[in-house]
Ligand binder design. Structure first.
Ligand code: SAM
Length: 181
């Protein structure tokens, strides 16, 4: 399944940290790309450093017009999944989402315009209480991918963590031997 994320409504500087976290969650939890506008351009640099060290070719695309993106993704047969506390509860529609081929997840920051609710194929609530776009996105991706994404290894990573009960173990693949910091 191909999953991309569209971040809308963020305010430059004020929301920079949350936008970075939305991007890191998208990458670590199995999406292949995030699209955003009005973003601090440093985000591209940050993510390319993360990709280089920890692997994957996760992409950040800075866009001009999110409405056009929604329309063109629909034309490319993506299903639009809008995360909102007003939507249908994830427990009720998880299985339908799992059966889709291509998904564009829309996450908001400030109030999301009504037209997003209308264009969405699914308005999905991660519970019907207000919380955060970071947690909503993480839980949605985990429900859709069923935890498989948490075991993914990237062949182009420079570093790989060796899970351990205590301490920290890491393989530096550029020198192809294990070490403990
Ligand atoms: C801090 S909330 C602000 C929502 C805003 N007050 C509105 O009415 O659209 C930012 C984003 O977090 C996500 N979010 C927050 N709570 C959620 C929930 N219970 N289920 C799904 N998404 C949620 C939505 O994507 C929302 O646009």
């Amino acid at each position: 399944m191909k999953i991309e994320v569209l971040r809308i409504g963020q305010r430059l500087v004020r929301d920079d940290r949350v936008t970075t976290h939305v991007t890191l969650v998208s990458r670590a939890f199995g999406a292949s790309k995030i699209l955003m506008y009005d973003a601090n351009p440093e985000i591209k640099d940050t993510i390319s450093k993360v990709n280089k060290m920890w692997g994957s070719d996760f992409q950040v695309e800075i866009i001009e017009n999110w409405k056009k993106v929604l329309k063109s993704k629909k034309d490319e047969s993506y299903k639009i999944v809008h995360l909102t506390m007003y939507g249908e509860n994830i427990n009720a529609i998880e299985n339908k989402l799992k059966s889709e081929d291509r998904i564009l997840i829309v996450v908001g920051a400030e109030k999301v315009p009504r037209e997003v609710y209308d264009i969405a194929d699914y308005n999905v609530a991660i519970g019907n209480q207000p919380h955060s776009e970071i947690s909503a996105l993480a839980i949605l991706l985990d429900r859709i991918l069923g935890g498989k994404q948490l075991q993914k290894k990237h062949s182009n990573a420079q570093r790989e963590i060796i899970p351990t009960k205590k301490g920290k173990r890491m393989m530096d693949k550029t020198i192809t031997r294990g070490n403990s910091p």
